[in-house]
Design a protein around this ligand. Structure first.
Ligand code: ZN
Length: 296
């Protein structure tokens, strides 16, 4: 099972990404993305680099840690003896909760934010943005997982199932797809949707520091970080002080944590570098007012 899931993952990722890319071309939510191919190619290149680093450095260690926990009856799920389908369900929910907490820590702790800011520096969201994480963030989260997985008592098979579900949902909620408001509202009772996650990519700090969930949207409702805006197309995406050269290329993204932190705008007005005006000029729909949307 583990081998087939491992083989299935890159194939499923490629198919999901291709489908999202085609849909983004047909029914985009944000219009005016001029350099789709270059933007998406850079993000995908970083995603491939991360997949290689994670598998080379952490696949073996993850297997050892989870198998040790199982052999010794260590961890919550092994301790209470939950196996089979319920084992998969409980492991899935608990690990998704961990993902929420880890994401929140990435916003709270300055050292972690240095790396996570690379993800937030993307000013033109698309499905490929769901792959845009700094390799340092992947390494740090993989190290944390080596402790968390045994504590939960999660097996590698359960982790691979979680990742197989997580990936298409991540691509979907970063995607530049014009999901109808009503459909999004129904979907986000259970999972994280574009209308919910785009708020997280606003450059306005109270919005950036909200909607941390990965798969299930209810963590934000439970922990009080759920936030919506009236019209996400009015959001200014990205970070205040990150110029184009910092995010356009793979070397630029890799170097970014060592050069600057990536600021979140704390006031409700226009961005100092004129980002709001530039985006408006690119022809975003319904951006005529330039005023903060409801919920800010
Ligand atoms: Zn974030």
């Amino acid at each position: 099972m583990i081998e087939s899931l491992t083989t299935f993952k890159p194939v499923a990722a490629t198919v999901a990404l291709a489908l999202m890319w085609l849909t983004e071309g047909l029914v985009p939510m944000f219009e005016g993305h001029r350099e789709r191919v270059r933007h998406d190619a850079s993000n995908v290149a970083l995603g491939i680099l991360n997949a290689l680093v994670a598998s080379l450095l952490f696949a073996g260690a993850t297997l050892v840690a989870t198998e040790w926990a199982r052999a010794n009856g260590f961890g919550l799920l092994h301790g209470i003896g939950v196996t089979g389908v319920w084992g998969f369900v409980l492991a899935f929910v608990l690990f998704d909760c961990w993902q929420y907490l880890w994401h929140r820590l990435n916003h709270r702790i300055p050292f972690l934010w240095r790396f996570h800011a690379v993800h937030h520096a993307d000013r033109e969201l698309s499905a490929s943005s769901g792959l845009r994480f700094h390799t340092g963030e992947i390494v740090l989260s993989s190290i944390a997982r080596l402790a968390v997985l045994p504590l939960i008592g999660m097996t590698v098979a359960q982790l691979l199932v979680y990742e197989a579900v997580l990936l298409p949902i991540i691509l979907f909620h970063h995607g530049n797809v014009g999901v109808p408001r009503r459909a999004d509202r129904w979907l986000r009772w259970l999972i994280v949707t574009p209308w919910m996650h785009w708020v997280h990519h606003s450059d306005y700090q109270p919005e950036t520091d909200s909607n941390y969930s990965s798969v299930f949207s209810f963590w934000d409702r439970i922990f009080g970080s759920f936030r919506l805006v009236g019209d996400p197309r009015k959001l200014t995406l990205g970070l205040e002080d990150v110029e184009r050269s910092d995010w356009a290329t793979l070397p630029g993204m890799v170097a970014m944590p060592f050069r600057k932190r990536g600021g979140r705008r704390r006031d409700g007005g226009a961005r100092a570098d004129g980002g709001r005006e530039r985006r408006r000029a690119r022809g975003r729909r319904n951006a005529a007012s330039g005023q903060p949307g409801p919920g800010r």
